[in-house]
Design a protein around this ligand. Structure first.
Ligand code: FAQ
Length: 312
């Protein structure tokens, strides 16, 4: 690669300019973005499954409407980010193929089961809360224009998701003793996997150095994880729920909440395909793809007919 082009590329990033699809970029930059954005798009699409599980069982019309809207938003985010990867010259078919054959990565969090209705509230509060912390940094600072702009819109919708989740959690926490116990149990199950969403510790994060250098990431995995913990603990206290970590304590000197050791063995096991629901999730996506074959065939036939008639 031409060192002068690389120097100019890095100078543009240092000036805070956005890199756009037709601009020159190092091949490693392109590959890193395709990796990160495609994993993100897959996460949105697979992320519909744990919640989709509860749409037919929502306890009221109002709850059902907001859950339906949330899941639909996630489909939109996935499609939006897949379009972003296409600006980098990637074929979407190939990405989908990698997802349904189990080769692609997507967020570890979506490989856990949704056992009770309270999980819907806690996912909105924790999982969307974590997504917002991670993605507002991308929306403000990411050096790749199409991804940065996608994140601005996605974050607005994630905020709504988080609010409906927290409101649902607050209602259950103030409800009957059984409802309180159900939501506490959901908090206990989702807390640690949510902390894992931010990725491995900085000491074990092979991609961070390059992503930070090229302004894709502004903050490290551990920095964002800490920010999420600091924001979330007061919210748990406000609704009278506890977090399943006996070593949580506030450190006056740093202003941070200190938390216990994350089980990184569990994280890597889930990332490598051996979590509680990995196989089920990939099988569900594969079935959806196969069931949709007739729609793709019809759309292609329609496009061919139109082209044959000379219509645009
Ligand atoms: N799960 O070197 P690093 C959502 C992999 S939010 C699985 O630290 P990096 C919204 C990583 O890919 C969730 N794999 O990687 C929603 C790498 O493997 P590779 C999606 C993980 O890129 C809410 C290896 O470990 N959000 O969907 C995870 O610097 C509710 C080494 O890691 C995004 O994708 C993990 N948690 O940092 C939807 C945000 N963590 O590729 C529905 C954008 C790491 O080398 C319902 N992405 N790995 O083979 C990012 O910010 C970054 O990519 C990180 C990982 C922070 C996820």
């Amino acid at each position: 690669e031409d060192p002068a082009l690389l120097a100019e590329f890095e100078a543009r990033i240092a000036r805070g300019e956005s890199i756009e699809p037709k601009d020159w970029m190092p091949e490693r930059y392109r590959r890193q973005l395709v990796r990160m954005m495609s994993q993100h798009a897959h996460s949105e699409v697979v992320g519909m499954l744990p919640e989709g599980n509860w749409i037919t069982r929502a306890p009221s019309l109002r709850r059902k409407l907001s859950l339906l809207a949330k899941v639909q938003d996630e489909a939109g985010h996935g499609l939006y980010i897949y379009c972003g990867t296409e600006t980098l010259g990637v074929d979407r078919q190939q990405l989908l193929e990698e997802l349904i054959t189990g080769k692609a990565k997507y967020s570890s969090i979506f490989n856990y089961p949704t056992l009770t209705w309270a999980d819907m509230g806690v996912i909105g509060w924790f999982v969307d809360g974590a997504a917002i912390v991670n993605q507002t940094a991308l929306a403000k600072h990411c050096s790749y224009g199409p991804y940065k702009r996608a994140m601005v819109r996605v974050c607005k919708e994630e905020n709504f998701h988080k609010k409906q989740g927290f409101e649902s959690v607050a209602a259950l926490a103030q409800g009957t003793p059984a409802q309180h116990a159900m939501v506490q149990d959901a908090v206990d199950r989702w807390w640690w996997p949510t902390l894992m969403m931010f990725g491995p510790p900085d000491s074990d994060s092979p991609n961070s150095a390059e992503l930070l250098r090229w302004g894709v990431k502004k903050y490290t995995n551990d920095e964002l994880r800490q920010r999420f913990v600091n924001l979330t603990i007061p919210q748990a206290q406000a609704v009278g729920l506890t977090l399943p970590d006996p070593s949580l304590r506030f450190d006056e000197a740093t202003g941070n909440w200190v938390f216990g050791e994350i089980d990184w063995n569990e994280f890597w096991q889930v990332v490598k395909g051996d979590g509680p629901c990995n196989r089920e999730r990939v099988a569900a996506r594969r079935a959806a793809h196969e069931d949709g074959e007739w729609v793709r065939a019809a759309a292609t036939a329609h496009a061919e007919k139109k082209a044959a008639r000379g219509a645009t």
